[in-house]
Design a protein around this ligand. Structure first.
Ligand SMILES: N[C@@H](CCC(=O)N[C@@H](CS)C(=O)NCC(=O)O)C(=O)O
Length: 205
């Protein structure tokens, strides 16, 4: 299995989950902007959508979307309890968090903040959106160590991966102490530290 990655992106999420799961995979680095694959080739020939993460199976099957990839990995090793069993309300709640991070936080707020062409006025609108979403997350984390309660799951890894972008877009997390504590807690996990190290430094763009 090949996991296509780029430093500073959402590929940190499945990389963390692979390490938490203890499953073997091969990471393939790409340049997020030029789409060049390290070692040669154009990433768009693998994933026409051009974005990471993507998981390429040995039989040629391609799985895109971080939320789908991490659930697939979690389901390979149920003993690690990285996601509740399929078909349960707990699993649906986990999916609600993954969708929240993907749509409300990533695409609906962080993504536009990374774009250089967007006006400061528009950026403030996206920061407002992040403030409302982080206030919700902070209230939830006031009562639990992990998003799903007592166990670390792929949802915690998702929160970590995207919250790590806050300083890069000048978003102040200090009004959200429970989010900050959660971020620090997840960041201390050996798998998370190893994944960050392996993703490598974020290139200047
Ligand atoms: N819907 C995708 C979005 C992935 C995504 O936006 N990845 C960004 C990096 S965080 C990317 O590769 N952007 C480059 C591009 O869209 O060309 C997912 O949730 O996995």
């Amino acid at each position: 299995m090949k996991l296509f990655c780029a430093p500073g992106t959402l590929s940190l999420l499945p990389r963390i989950v692979f390490l938490e799961a203890g499953l073997a995979f091969t990471a393939v680095k790409i340049d997020e902007h030029t789409k060049a694959i390290e070692g040669g080739g154009d990433y768009r020939t693998v994933n026409p959508l051009g974005y990471v993460p993507a998981l390429l199976f040995d039989d040629g099957t391609l799985l895109t979307e971080g939320a789908a990839i991490v659930q697939y990995i979690a389901d390979q090793v149920p003993s690690r309890r990285l996601a509740p069993p399929n078909g349960t309300i707990e699993r649906a709640k986990l999916q609600a968090w993954l969708n929240f991070f993907s749509s409300e936080m990533h695409k609906g707020a962080y993504g536009p903040l990374f774009h250089k062409g967007i006006s400061e006025q528009s950026k403030e609108m996206f920061r407002d959106r992040l403030r409302a979403r982080y206030a919700h997350l902070d209230r939830h984390l006031a009562d639990c160590e992990y998003l799903m309660g007592g166990d670390f799951t792929v949802a915690d890894a998702n929160s970590f991966a995207i919250t790590d972008w806050a300083p890069r877009v000048g978003f102040d997390l200090s009004p959200y102490p429970h989010v900050l504590a959660h971020h620090a807690r997840i960041g201390r996990r050996p798998a998370v530290q190893a994944a960050m190290e392996a993703e490598g430094p974020i290139p200047n763009t």
